[in-house]
Design a protein around this ligand. Structure first.
Ligand code: MTE
Length: 318
């Protein structure tokens, strides 16, 4: 994501710390696997979330979704310590270190703009209105690494239905929380972080608002209390810690597109055929693995979403 890199080294070429940690953990769990074989099944699981520790809260078990992938999940540790949340620093470890300062209550979400019933939801009130599901999705970052994350959330469409979008609403804008007292004041991006979707993308059943992961309340660094997840788009579309959702008639400006329009387009669909100007998008490294794997069109969700883009030139609309 970094706008100014001294050399053209895609970030995926630099073995991330989480990857080493996963290797160490793999070695540890290989030993544990032997112990597990002796103790019996179900007692040890390499990728199960540990019982919630201090500051972690389990959610009542969400219903599994048929839209989930069955691929192996990325470890809880990597998902929660290898993050992009630039308001809290640009190193992958910074958000886990700094985002704890963000107070999550009270938290309100304004859903406004071209709607018959615009409304401000208190986060706890909202959570009582929507049924939570577990959605295990691939997340593919524009930096050419990927993860598989068991989110807990609900379809964005369920929220939008509550406010009755008007026919003139063609796009949806998402605005993240910004508090210069606890977040960076450096103009890494234009704050607050903003993203946008076309209305049909926003209403697509794969598009969710996540409030948890690994069966627990979302950690701050992953965008608590509420973040967007759009699995067929590069990770930066998934705005974190959202405070406002606006229904608008024109394509909204987005943080990354404003910062580097040649590098980050509005659509941001995962597309191995459109290289980032400074590195290829043809392959990716799954966090926890060493080999590279080919990147799939729409991040493997083509069957569900390709029809949204029929007739569009995806080289131009990147
Ligand atoms: N949202 C905000 N507010 N600020 C950010 O810097 N980074 C984006 C996205 N949402 C970002 C954000 C990027 S680049 C990615 S890859 C994903 O969050 C990462 O989500 P994760 O850390 O939960 O894996």
């Amino acid at each position: 994501m970094l706008i100014k890199r001294p050399a053209d080294i895609p970030p995926s070429e630099i073995t991330p710390r989480a990857l080493f940690e996963d290797r160490r953990r793999f070695i540890a769990t290989a030993g544990a696997g032997l112990a597990g074989a002796l103790l019996g099944p179900g007692l040890l699981s390499a990728h199960a979330a540990p019982a919630p520790g201090p500051g972690r809260t389990a959610l009542s078990p969400p219903a599994p979704s048929p839209l989930s992938t069955t691929e192996e999940k990325t470890s809880y540790k990597s998902v929660t310590t290898y993050n992009n949340f630039y308001e809290f620093g640009t190193d992958k470890a910074d958000p886990a270190e700094n985002a704890g300062k963000m107070a999550l209550r009270p938290w309100t979400l304004r859903v406004e703009g071209l709607a018959n019933k615009p409304r401000t939801f208190d986060i706890d009130e909202l959570l009582r209105l929507v049924p939570l599901e577990e959605r295990i999705y691939r997340l593919r970052c524009v930096e050419a690494w990927s993860m598989v994350i068991p989110w807990v959330g609900f379809p964005l469409a369920a929220l939008l239905k509550q406010v009755e979008p008007q026919g003139s609403a063609k796009y949806v804008e998402f605005v993240s929380h910004y508090d210069p007292k606890i977040m960076t004041r450096r103009p890494v991006l234009e704050w607050p972080y903003a993203e946008g979707l076309r209305m049909d993308e926003a209403l697509h059943p794969l598009t969710i608002l996540a409030v948890g992961l690994y069966g627990e309340v979302l950690p701050n660094q992953n965008g608590a209390p509420l973040r967007l997840v759009v699995p067929w788009k590069y990770g930066f579309k998934s705005a974190k810690s959202i405070v406002a959702i606006r229904l608008v008639d024109k394509q909204p400006a987005t943080a990354w597109n404003r910062a580097a329009p040649d590098e980050y387009g509005f659509y941001s669909n995962v597309n191995p055929e459109v290289s980032h100007p400074r590195w290829s998008q043809a392959t990716e490294r799954r966090i926890g693995e060493f080999r590279k794997r080919p990147t799939l069109m729409f991040n493997g969700y083509a069957d569900q979403v390709a029809r949204l883009y029929q007739g569009m030139d995806l080289q131009r609309n990147f």
